[in-house]
Design a protein around this ligand. Structure first.
Ligand code: PMP
Length: 360
């Protein structure tokens, strides 16, 4: 068996220990005689899995009791519609557009009400986070929406926007559980798990209880009401059971690593290794304003498309996979999520240094 260093933006690298444990339990989950894939979501064994997963993410993120944790499906993209359908009481919402995913959410919300783009960084290819300390927040806005870490562009909000008292809704798909977070600052925190937590197919929504109501937009499908899932403990219908099981294992792994404060420290070390290399390189350069750099997604370019392609191809031969940048940006992108070991980033930096020597 040979595993590569996988820098994919998602689905992405998972902790090897988790994969091994899942492999060990594949045919017989703890004496049940069946795989978690084969068991009823109403079984006692699965109740244990989902309850423990919820308890563990609550502990990791210190989620207060007045927030629900929902395990849903439909990808992060489904939330682009669920959020307005459930939260737009006044049919007004403010969006901060810092990348393609925020833009998609902004466009989807327009189906449901008056949607204001109160800030954007599109003028410079989303390479920075706009100043959000004093934005023209709409007096009747039902919420202010951000994408906290921009997977494609590699930017991250280092301070949350001043929402002037309005509910903050954040897509944290690509920075979920990468550092400690003050949940009380948000009304809704959500993300697809396929980057930092588990296999594609699960979306985790952490939502303040007062935002979960029957007062949703007319025509909202039962499955797209937060209340449906909150009332049923995420078991209204068959949940993505195997995915939740893997998420649960990753929560345990995170706890064993020392929790989110320890992860932040590790992630900062890994990111610094790569950013410091980029800052002194004569061939490669980062594409993001320094103060807005993500700890998770690191885009960089040589400035020469052919050389970029050569780098990606040669890196692959050296066991460094999925370094091609997003098709809308070009160049390279290294996603260095929680499960990417320091040694993986070191191997990348060593390879870049060697490539620079040979190609400059
Ligand atoms: N938001 C962010 C920040 C993302 O990076 C992605 C996807 N990769 C999405 C939303 C869309 O997620 P999904 O494919 O689960 O709908």
């Amino acid at each position: 068996m040979s595993r590569v260093y996988n820098f994919s933006a998602g689905p992405a690298v998972l902790p090897e220990e988790v994969l091994r444990e899942a492999a060990d339990e594949m045919l017989d989950y703890r004496g049940t005689g069946m795989s978690v894939m084969e068991m009823s979501h109403r079984s006692k064994a699965f109740a244990g899995i989902i309850e423990e997963a919820e308890a563990d993410i609550r502990e990791l993120m210190q989620i207060p009791d007045n927030y629900k944790v929902l395990f849903l499906q439909g990808g992060a993209s489904q939330q682009f519609a669920m959020i307005p359908m459930n939260l737009m009481k006044n049919r007004v919402a403010d969006y901060i557009v810092t990348g393609q995913w925020a833009k998609k959410a902004y466009q989807e919300a327009q189906k449901y009400g008056k949607v204001n783009k109160i800030a954007s960084s599109e003028d410079k290819t989303f390479s920075y986070i706009p100043d959000c300390s004093d934005l023209p927040v709409s007096p009747d806005a039902d919420y202010v929406y951000i994408c906290e870490n921009n997977t494609i562009y590699g930017t991250k909000f280092k301070t949350l926007p001043n929402t002037k008292g309005k509910t903050l809704v954040a897509d944290v798909s690509s920075c979920f559980l990468s550092e400690p977070v003050d949940v009380t600052k948000y009304g809704v925190i959500y993300g697809g798990v396929q980057k930092n937590i588990g296999p594609a197919g699960v979306v985790i929504v952490i939502i303040r209880e007062d935002l979960i109501t029957d007062d949703v937009l007319p025509g909202t499908p039962t499955m797209l009401k937060y209340k449906t899932h909150a009332d049923a403990g995420s078991l209204y219908n068959t949940p993505p059971a195997y995915g939740i099981y893997i998420c649960g294992k990753v929560f345990k792994w995170l706890k064993a690593q020392g929790g989110l404060a320890a992860m932040k420290e590790r992630n900062e070390k890994k990111a610094a290794l790569l950013y410091d290399f980029l800052d002194q390189s004569r061939l490669f350069k980062g594409t993001v304003r320094k103060e807005d750099r993500s700890l998770m997604n690191v885009p960089f370019v040589t400035g020469d498309e052919e050389l970029d392609a050569k780098f990606v191809a040669e890196a692959k031969k050296a066991g460094l996979e999925n370094l091609k940048g997003h098709r809308t940006v070009g160049g390279m992108r290294a996603s260095i999520y929680n499960a990417m070991p320091y040694e993986g980033v070191q191997a990348l930096v060593d390879f870049m240094a060697q490539f620079e020597k040979e190609n400059l």
